[in-house]
Design a protein. Structure first.
Length: 319
């Protein structure tokens, strides 16, 4: 992507930051800018924006970018991070398009209320699992894509956690996976063990067999560069995941896989406290607000059960 005007501008900006920004911040911005470059390329190809060059973006282009971020399911906090980074880059290029967009379209830039986001339906999950079962160890490319998605769907993993998941940390017999690289690992995050749904085991077993069959470069990671054994880049992971979306006919993201894991666990009766720990949340509020909500019919049954139990206790005390 060295000829991409967005990447060229981003690289120019980042090359001037070593003594201003921390190394981790520069690394995070580099990944974010590369992701944004892909977004703008997609919008440009669709005729939604006029250019991929930050020097020439118009405020209408920024309006379309806002709309696209909401379309792909990004929450307000995520959109804010994306726009803040983009604004910094555009200002570096002498382009005040982001600020003009906020001024011209305050309703677009206004923070949207984040509410409960939907998860996959049972039928969609079944389709993903059934499609995955079709591929053999001789079809490594497709099998890897489904293994990656299903690990997130049946274990609640974030993209970063999928990226750094290790073979030795996976115990298929015990249906568990130890995650030692997690979100916020240097601050609020901590290593954890996740419980995998049984439906993930056959696909993961087949995927491990495919790795062994193909005799790739040895790697400690579940998903790796087959030539070097190193972890895949974020862009490679997104491209691999997109294969599943193309194959099944609807959009599949790690966020939706993670939400589906959380909602499914709650629907099956797992206590929110336990689920919060499994998903690596520092607050139960995050689990309840964004990833899992008790369905009315289950809440009704549970309430009736508790009320009846309490009534029976009262009656037994009377007698």
């Amino acid at each position: 992507m060295t000829g991409d005007p967005f990447i060229l501008a981003a690289n120019d900006y980042l090359s001037r930051q070593p003594f201003i920004l921390a190394f981790d911040t520069i690394t995070e911005l580099d990944a974010r800018f590369r992701r944004q470059a892909r977004h703008f390329k997609y919008l440009f190809d669709k005729g939604k924006v006029t250019t991929c060059n930050p020097y020439h973006f118009t405020y209408e282009d920024i309006k379309e970018f806002y709309a696209y971020l909401r379309e792909i399911g990004l929450r307000s906090s995520g959109i804010k991070h994306e726009i803040t980074a983009l604004n910094t880059l555009c200002k570096f290029c002498g382009n005040n398009c982001v600020e003009i967009c906020k001024s011209q379209y305050p309703q677009v830039a206004a923070k949207q209320k984040d509410g409960y986001l939907p998860s996959f339906t049972d039928e969609q999950i079944e389709l993903i699992l059934n499609k995955a079962s079709i591929y053999s160890i001789h079809q490594y490319i497709q099998l890897r894509a489904y293994a990656m998605v299903i690990l997130s769907l049946c274990g609640g993993l974030r993209r970063k956690e999928v990226k750094f998941a290790k073979v030795d940390n996976l115990d298929l017999a015990d249906q568990t996976l130890i995650l030692d690289r997690v979100k916020g690992e240097n601050t609020y995050g901590s290593a954890r063990v996740v419980a995998l749904r049984p439906s993930a085991i056959p696909i993961l077993e087949k995927y491990l067999s495919a790795i062994e069959f193909n005799e790739f470069h040895p790697s400690e990671y579940l998903f790796f560069n087959i030539k070097t054994g190193e972890p895949l880049s974020d862009s490679s992971i997104d491209q691999i995941r997109a294969r599943v979306s193309e194959d099944i006919g609807f959009q599949v993201t790690f966020q939706e896989c993670r939400r589906s894991y959380g909602q499914g666990a709650v629907d099956d009766g797992l206590d929110l406290d336990f689920l919060s720990a499994l998903m690596g949340h520092s607050s139960l509020v995050t689990t309840q607000k964004f990833y899992a909500r008790t369905k009315p019919i289950r809440a009704l049954k549970e309430a009736k059960r508790i009320f009846n139990e309490k009534e029976q206790e009262k009656q037994s005390c009377v007698h």
